[in-house]
Design a binder for this molecule. Sequence first.
Ligand SMILES: Cc1ncc(COP(=O)(O)O)c(C=O)c1O
Length: 485
Amino acid sequence: MLALQSIMSSWQIENFLTVRDGRLQIDGVDAVELAREHGTPLFVFSELRIRHNIDRLKKVADVIDCPLKLCYAAKAMSTMGILRAVKDAGCDIEVNSGGELWKALKAGFTGDQINFNGNSKEVWELELAITNEIYAIQVDSLYELSLILETAIRLEKPANVSLRMVPEIESGTHSGLQTAMLTSKFGMMPDEAFRAFRVYADSPHLNLNGIHLHIGSQNPDPQVYSAALVKLFDAMLQIFNETGVKLKHINLGGGFPVNYLRDRSHVGEFPREQLEMFDAGFEPADALRDAWAAVSESAEKENAIDLLEGMTLMLEPGRSIIADAGVCLTAVRNKKDRPSSDSSLVPRHSSPQNEVWLLTDAGFNILLSMETYKWYYHLISAERAGEPHDFPYKVAGPLCDGGDVYFDHEGHGRLPEHRFLPKDVQPGEVLALLNCGAYSLAQGMQYNGRFLPPVILIRENGTAELIRKREGFEDLIASDVNIKD
Ligand SMILES: Cc1ncc(COP(=O)(O)O)c(C=O)c1O
């Protein structure tokens, strides 16, 4: 019984995700009451957890011998209230489009706090970046550099740039999340970057301040950060030797993993690679301590330690700041029995020949990775969080699409076939999907005419504040023109 209890409660996080009177509490606020008041689906974020995650990343500053610039990757979640909470926690920002850049400025970030990535930038986006004197435009290609140069000359304002390189470092993450290989679409070859420094080192229109790479998201192996930092240093040294330019910053990207499997009830069901990816969870400061030791050794060998001391190290974490700070509350909207396709589960069923299907109101329209990458979000009952979760259900979302399910509909077994919840779940019961803060609402869509859900941010003082309202009918046609009544 004791063992069962510790398994059941391992998703809990002290002072953040807890159980009171049997119900899920988020920062001490009753999740079911929030769901009743605002409806479902509903995203609930914790400001305290965001701060906790940012503080954890700031510990990197203690293990490196140069200043750290932490830039939250806005693509992970960019509702204005979240951007402001991130800013108030003392973090700068990374954006990936003119739209995100505009939102960052509107949220109060100043130009020197903004770092702009992206592989298809348009001239209006470059103009916005240069006019606002942002810290760095991360350049994806030599063509893009020529566009930046033209724009800077026309605006009569120099552009701060940093070149994104292809380091060819493989990560054990999902193939769709790998971004540092030749086969991925991002960045330029190191030789191209060196050529750019040779040509433009003295340009009055381009401040070539840095170099950049991003290995991928949810990297399970901390060693990739050592390999990446050494690669960046090697490039930095070559640039210095060839042009005399001492870089102001090097940018190691984001990608620190979140442990999606704190609850262990399904670990035996994942294929090895999925398990390693979802079960990852090292301290960023530990990875960077090792990386700094590796890069210092290289620098000492080359007698170039002052190159490191004079620069800033940038990081662009998204997921590790926001994923576990967000919970998606969803209600069961429909229930049905179906003949079971999995005989191994038969003994667990009250009705042996059937399995029970639960249809929720949270589908891949708000949790896209669940379909594209077969991403795992742990599911619990918010109403009966303290009860044993030992009854298997087949769970699916509301969309008119066979892929809108909480298991691997392609049959590759990359997600558990069933989810465990208390016995006898009925329509109306509020459930909670955990670790849903990153790459969820940010990728949300109105597919099937579904309203994008509201967002609550639980403030440090425990107030539950609505920071985004639920969409309504008019939002579904807000951009359509020539509508006849
Ligand atoms: C260039 C860049 N930086 C930072 C990030 C953030 O990554 P993560 O959310 O895994 O920290 C991404 C996301 O893939 C990215 O493409």
